[in-house]
Design a protein around this ligand. Structure first.
Ligand SMILES: [Zn+2]
Length: 324
């Protein structure tokens, strides 16, 4: 089955505090790219996933700082002088076609510890990605990374999915934030028919995506596509500019998220950030992709899923009971 994932960036950068689970999330992503069948997240039905689970998949390369220097050396990225610091360097690995998997995957752990030379050499690969090679980078120190490397990746912020106190999130004077964070009647008054229809149809689409047991990258792709499709549709229906329509869809998405994942306010914050970036002329596609990865990663936590299942999937408009 063709997942059509290729449109998603070939490089993902997971960033967030140490110990938050970035490496295991990186492995979930790797599995999505590697799977040569249609395995669900925890299943190992195909050969590629089986070998991945046993740690023997030849199409995965994990590159990390080496002891005792604790940096990722140039030779690990490109081994021009055959120093053989590692089994194979990233450049050589990337040149060989996948042996048993759908794609080859390079995971670079603690990518902020790449030496300057190593980072520049990696950048060459990210700029002209070999076919069928996906890169997954992790870092807990985003500010220490080259901007040029960051700009080549879909940024996925990993945050603690533990329930946060409501007070953690600053609600400033932005009316959009106020609406999302309050159950405000102010919002209901301005909720025109088109919005109700938008919310309801978006709800159905989102439930289908989040309820689908498919792997994480597939879901992220679907979510990004869904937000884009709804924006296009709403653009026509409400006679708006593309950017305005996207903002309206994000608004609906935020209300939906608030209703179905009330404990996962980090993502609400993320939606609001993306709303702000896009309203300030940010690249729509890049931000929707990043948001999709983030939302899907969060929703993968068991607690979030069981929450969605418990609530059930009753379609309802935000004015239909969210605040009662
Ligand atoms: Zn598989």
């Amino acid at each position: 089955m063709e997942h059509k994932l290729d449109f998603l960036s070939h490089a993902i950068l997971l960033h967030g505090m140490k110990g938050i689970g970035k490496s295991s999330l990186a492995k979930d992503y790797a599995k999505s790219f590697i799977c040569s069948g249609q395995c669900e997240l925890l299943a190992t039905d195909c050969n590629a996933c089986k070998m991945l689970a046993s740690g023997n998949n030849p199409d995965l390369l994990i590159c990390k700082p080496i002891f005792p220097s604790n940096v990722i050396k140039l030779e690990q990225i490109i081994d021009k002088n055959n120093k053989h610091l590692t089994e194979i360097d990233v450049h050589s690995f990337s040149k060989i076609s996948p042996l048993i998997s759908k794609n080859k995957v390079v995971i670079i752990l603690d990518a902020d510890l790449l030496t300057k030379d190593a980072a520049h050499s990696l950048l060459k690969l990210l700029e002209e990605p070999p076919v069928n090679v996906k890169f997954i980078l992790t870092t807990s120190r985003l500010s220490k990374m080259l901007d040029t490397v960051i700009s080549r990746c879909v940024l996925v912020e990993c945050s603690n999915v533990i329930k946060k106190a409501a007070g953690d999130i600053q609600v400033d004077s932005n009316p959009f934030l106020k609406n999302v964070f309050s159950d405000g009647s102010q919002y209901k008054d301005s909720f025109i028919d088109e919005h109700v229809i938008l919310y309801q149809s978006l709800h159905d689409a989102l439930v289908e995506i989040f309820n689908n047991p498919k792997e994480i990258v597939y879901k992220a792709y679907k979510l990004s596509q869904c937000l884009e499709d709804f924006s296009k549709d709403f653009e026509k229906k409400a006679s708006l500019q593309k950017r305005e329509a996207t903002l309206e869809v994000l608004y609906s998405f935020s209300l939906w998220w608030k209703r179905f994942f009330p404990s996962y306010r980090d993502n609400l914050k993320k939606i609001i950030d993306v709303h702000r970036f896009i309203s300030m002329n940010g690249n729509i596609k890049i931000h929707l992709d990043a948001l999709s990865f983030y939302s899907v990663s969060l929703s993968f936590s068991e607690a979030a899923l069981s929450n969605l299942f418990q609530i059930g999937f009753h379609s309802s408009s935000p004015s239909g009971g969210d605040s009662t």
